[in-house]
Design a protein around this ligand. Structure first.
Ligand SMILES: [Zn+2]
Ligand SMILES: [Zn+2]
Length: 316
């Protein structure tokens, strides 16, 4: 059975202050051998350990904005990586100011990090990392201060190998199949050249996940989330509190659902819930009335995101 493209682990799903059930904003997304942490609220590293995530695959930390509930866990985590004798480089992405935040804290605490930290600051839509199989993107959202949404987008993969077409073309079985599958033209023993498109089906879309918090409903969030397999979006307030939500730079759960609908995503997970809601079931109903494939994130909840052509049968 194919492995999921991403495993998403919610480490903190509260807003403003932690509760006994919900820690502050943080979500870990694993893709193949790499793990990215999005936001690093207080106690993110405790939750990280609780979820059984190792430090070794941690490739980068993306901080949405410099409100305390999204960043106060960062220094503790960086110090633990130092204690663990990390030597691998670490990327820290965020709005301008994130580098200074770390530098000031490091100086005030008389601490140092032996592993290299690569800071990537962005204040406009940008590609933060261009890797072999995916891109990490960001775009400014609409909050009370500069706040970035992020998305991990896999690049399209080569189409499926058509054995029948390969036999008809008389390609000898073996290494030539592999080279064609990886997109290389090959020469046959009789001198003919076969192009990959002669034996491959149409390119298959990759999987994608977007993370948008904190924000009022905005076009930038719709653009970033367009056609993603999973949108993680804030729903700080219930549907009746739109005025308060917008004044504070946030969205309601109904607006989260409208963004998901407008962006044509496959699944919506709502996070960054106000601690005033003990029971989030009514909020879930409000969102599902607009976008049925919605769930409320909980701390330590894990979601698997499959590529569309690899989805196990019977999944929502
Ligand atoms: Zn927040
Ligand atoms: Zn905020």
């Amino acid at each position: 059975m194919p492995a999921p493209a991403y495993t998403v682990t919610f480490l903190g799903t509260s807003s403003g202050v932690p509760t006994l059930q919900r820690n502050l904003s943080s979500v870990a997304i694993q893709r193949e051998g790499e793990l990215f942490l999005f936001d690093c609220g207080e106690a993110a590293q405790i939750q990280y350990r609780r979820a059984g995530l190792g430090f070794a695959p941690l490739a980068g930390i993306c901080v949405t904005h410099l409100h305390g509930d999204h960043v106060t866990g960062l220094m503790g985590l960086l110090m633990s990586l130092q204690m663990a004798e990390r030597i691998e480089p670490l990327a820290i992405c965020g709005p301008p100011g994130i580098r200074e935040y770390v530098r000031l804290n490091r100086r005030a605490l008389h601490t140092r990090f032996a592993y290299p930290i690569q800071f990537i600051e962005a204040d406009t839509a940008a590609v933060l990392r261009e890797a072999d199989g995916y891109r990490l993107l960001c775009a400014p959202l609409e909050h009370r201060l500069l706040c970035l949404g992020f998305a991990l987008m896999e690049k399209p993969r080569p189409g499926r190998f058509n054995l029948e077409a390969a036999r008809v073309l008389g390609i000898p079985e073996g290494p030539l199949y592999g080279r064609l599958q990886s997109g290389e033209p090959v020469s046959l023993p009789d001198g003919r050249t076969v192009l990959p498109e002669q034996v491959l089906g149409p390119p298959r879309p990759g999987a994608s996940v977007a993370f948008c918090t904190d924000t009022r409903p905005c076009a930038a969030a719709v653009d970033l989330a367009r056609d993603t397999d999973l949108l993680i979006y804030e729903g700080t307030f219930d549907a009746s509190s739109a005025t308060e939500a917008h004044r504070k730079g946030h969205s309601t759960v109904a607006e989260a659902a409208q963004i998901a609908l407008a962006a044509g995503v496959r699944r919506l997970a709502i996070t960054h819930l106000s601690p005033r809601y003990r029971d989030v079931e009514p909020l879930l109903e409000q969102a599902r009335a607009i976008f049925p494939n919605t769930l409320m994130a909980r701390d330590l909840m894990q979601l698997e995101v499959y590529r569309r052509d690899e989805e196990p049968a019977g999944r929502p």
